[in-house]
Structure formats: C-alpha cells, structure tokens
Ligand binder design. Structure first.
Ligand code: SAM
Ligand code: DTB
Ligand code: SF4
Length: 327
C-alpha cells in the first residue's frame, strides 16, 4: 500500500461518526493488509461495544413469494422459476407462536419479512397487530415490508415497532444491473420516512452479486454518509438461488467478505453490524473471523426467509466455544 493512502486511512478518527467518507478512503481501508484491517476494526469495536456480546434476531417470513419485483438474487420474485411457493399472509396466532418460540430459545428481536414491493393499507393493518403482539411478549420488533407510502411509517411507530429493515443492497451505480423495477432513490426515500417517524433504521446490503470492490465501498459510503448511520447494518453474503439470474455467480473470496465487515465496523463505529445471510455456507472459523472484524449481530434460528440458517444447536455450541454471550 502506498504511503499516501495509509496516511489518508490513519488520519480519520475511528469514532468520528460525523465524518463524511469518500470511496477512495474506503478503498484504502480495503487495501490494508488483512491483519492491519482487522486490528483496526477490532480497536473501533472495543471502543464502542462489549467485544464478547452478540445480538441475536430471529427471522420469520410472514408473507412468502409472488413478489412483483425483479431483484436478481431473490427466491421470492414472481418473475423467476424457483422452488419457493407463493403463500398468503400468515395468521396472527402462528406469528405470535413463532415469536414466543424464538424468545424461549434466546432471541432478543423478532424480524418479520414480507415479499411485497410495499404493503397495501389493509395488509399493513394486519402487520400492525403482529407488531403489537410480538412487542407484548417483551421482544424487540423489526419488519421488512418493502417501500412505504406516506403515513405508513408513523402507523408502524405507533404500534411499537423498534426497527425497520430496508437494505440499499448495493451502490447506486450497480443497482440497476440487479434490480430494474424500482430504484436506489426509492430505497433512500423509504429510509428517510422510517428515520423521520422515529423508528430505528436497519439497512445494509448483499456482497457477491458480481459487483466490484468499488461498488462495495460505494454501498458502505452511502450507508455511513446517511444523515444518521443506520443503527443496524446487515451484511449478507449472496445465497445463490437456483432459477434466479444470480444462481451461477462466481463465489466471492471469503476474505473480501471479512474486509467488508471490517470496513463497515470502522465507518459506522456505533452501529450493530450483522453477519447476515450466508452463514450456513461458512465454517465456524470464517464466522469467527467476521466477529473479530467487528460483526456483533446475527440471525438466529434454523431458517432465514426461504433458505436455511445454521441450526441453533450449532450456534449455541459456537458461542460456548468462543466464550461469547448473547444479548
Ligand atoms: N421485500 C422487502 C424488500 O425487498 O425490502 C423485504 C424482504 S427482502 C427478501 C429483504 C432482503 O433480503 C433483501 O433486501 C436482501 O438484502 C436480502 N436477500 C434476499 N435474497 C437474498 C439472497 N439470495 N442472498 C442474500 N440476501 C438476500
Ligand atoms: C437482511 O438483510 N437479510 C435477511 C433480512 N434482512 C430480511 C434476509 C436474508 C434472506 C436470505 C435469502 C432467503 O432466505 O430467502
Ligand atoms: Fe420482492 Fe424484496 Fe425479493 Fe425484491 S428482495 S423480489 S422486493 S421480496
């Protein structure tokens, strides 16, 4: 690495969350030797969090498949011939039972996902009941419902919603190559509505879709430079879904994924960085490297939305082996 880019990297205070990042600065982070990058990310992590505590959220797909959108990675788009069957919105009692089971196993947050472009008002009313009842169990609540119309975020806030998940997924430049039915600006608009309603923002992206390192850096810049960085930043490794356009994508070097986690940690020092989709395909050792690089949140439970996640026994055993506690 050149001395000039090292100087650019080290001149940035790690906890300066008001710093506006440039893509060049982030590329300089990516170019650090891996040990130096992890050392630096671990330092930022320890300044802001208990390094041995990992937050656990359980996911439930409350409305699966049949989505109008064309996101090239997604099993739930109606445009691709995948194994995912279209289902109706789940009944309230089944959702509450799943949340109770997740709580009993040790999850602190319950995230409900729907394969919609955005919720219709009558669908939203049913989701509001889910939020109220899951909240009443004493869990934090999160939903991911797609793009919101005026007034919908306020209703979610009133129902007691803690987090809204809405990923930027990739940077503005690459977005149009992956998704054509809505724009990156549409995603930013919903994030603004969520922020203005006083709900915590959960927003991150997917790595391994054929984007360049510059696109990955651009995604992180767009997240970190939001008026306020998201409280929660999920970093998903692409889960290749047969039948989708990205099914046969080349696998990304796992160290590039670790670098992305480390850069996210350094750029968003006080955000929870979530090691999200793709854990099932990772060794325990690779996941541990991600934790060392600053990931401190994960999805916990045998399923993500339509694909498998490590079973809870494997995760519990890993936590015990690492001396990590769940929060
Ligand atoms: N329809 C809503 C939306 O798009 O915001 C909510 C559900 S959508 C499935 C939630 C997120 O899951 C996507 O933004 C994407 O980041 C992630 N995701 C979907 N399919 C994935 C895959 N095959 N691999 C990794 N992440 C994926
Ligand atoms: C997020 O960033 N990842 C989760 C959650 N937010 C909704 C979804 C991952 C989905 C992985 C593919 C699937 O199971 O369908
Ligand atoms: Fe629909 Fe969300 Fe899947 Fe895109 S990512 S196809 S919006 S469910």
């Amino acid at each position: 690495m050149q001395a000039s880019s090292l100087a650019a990297v080290s001149s940035v205070s790690p906890s300066a969350s008001t710093h506006l990042w440039s893509v060049a600065e982030v590329l300089a982070l990516y170019e650090l030797p891996l040990m130096d990058l992890i050392w630096r990310a671990q330092g930022v992590h320890r300044e802001n969090f208990d390094p041995n505590a990992i937050q656990r959220s359980t996911l439930l797909s409350v409305k699966t498949g049949g989505c109008s959108e064309d996101c090239s990675y997604c099993s739930q788009s109606a445009r691709y011939d995948t194994d995912t069957e279209r289902e109706r919105l789940m009944p309230l009692n089944e959702v509450v039972a799943a949340a109770q089971a997740a709580k009993n196993k040790g999850a602190s947050r319950f995230c409900m996902g729907a394969a919609w472009k955005g919720p219709k008002d009558n669908d939203l009313d049913r989701v509001l009941d889910m939020v109220r009842e899951v909240k009443a169990l004493g869990m934090q609540t999160c939903v991911t419902l797609g793009m919101l119309k005026d007034g919908q975020a306020e209703k979610l806030k009133e129902a007691g919603l803690d987090y809204y998940n809405h990923n930027l997924d990739t940077d503005k430049e690459f977005y149009g190559q992956v998704i054509k039915t809505h724009t990156h600006d549409d995603r930013l608009d919903t994030l603004e509505q969520v922020r203005d309603a006083g709900i915590n923002v959960c927003s991150g992206g997917i790595i391994g879709m054929g984007e360049s390192r510059k696109n990955r850096a651009g995604l992180l810049v767009q997240l970190a430079n939001l008026p306020k960085a998201p409280e929660s930043v999920p970093i998903n490794n692409l889960v290749p879904i047969p039948g989708t356009p990205l099914a046969e994508n080349d696998r990304l070097d796992p160290f590039e994924f670790v670098r992305t986690i480390a850069a996210a940690r350094i750029m968003m020092p006080t955000s929870w960085v979530r090691l999200s989709a793709g854990r099932q395909q990772m060794s325990d050792e690779l996941q541990t490297l991600c934790f060392l690089a600053g990931a401190n949140s994960m999805f916990y439970g045998d399923r993500l939305l339509t694909t498998d996640n490590p079973d809870v026994d494997r995760d519990d055993a890993l936590f015990a082996r690492l001396g990590v506690k769940a929060v």
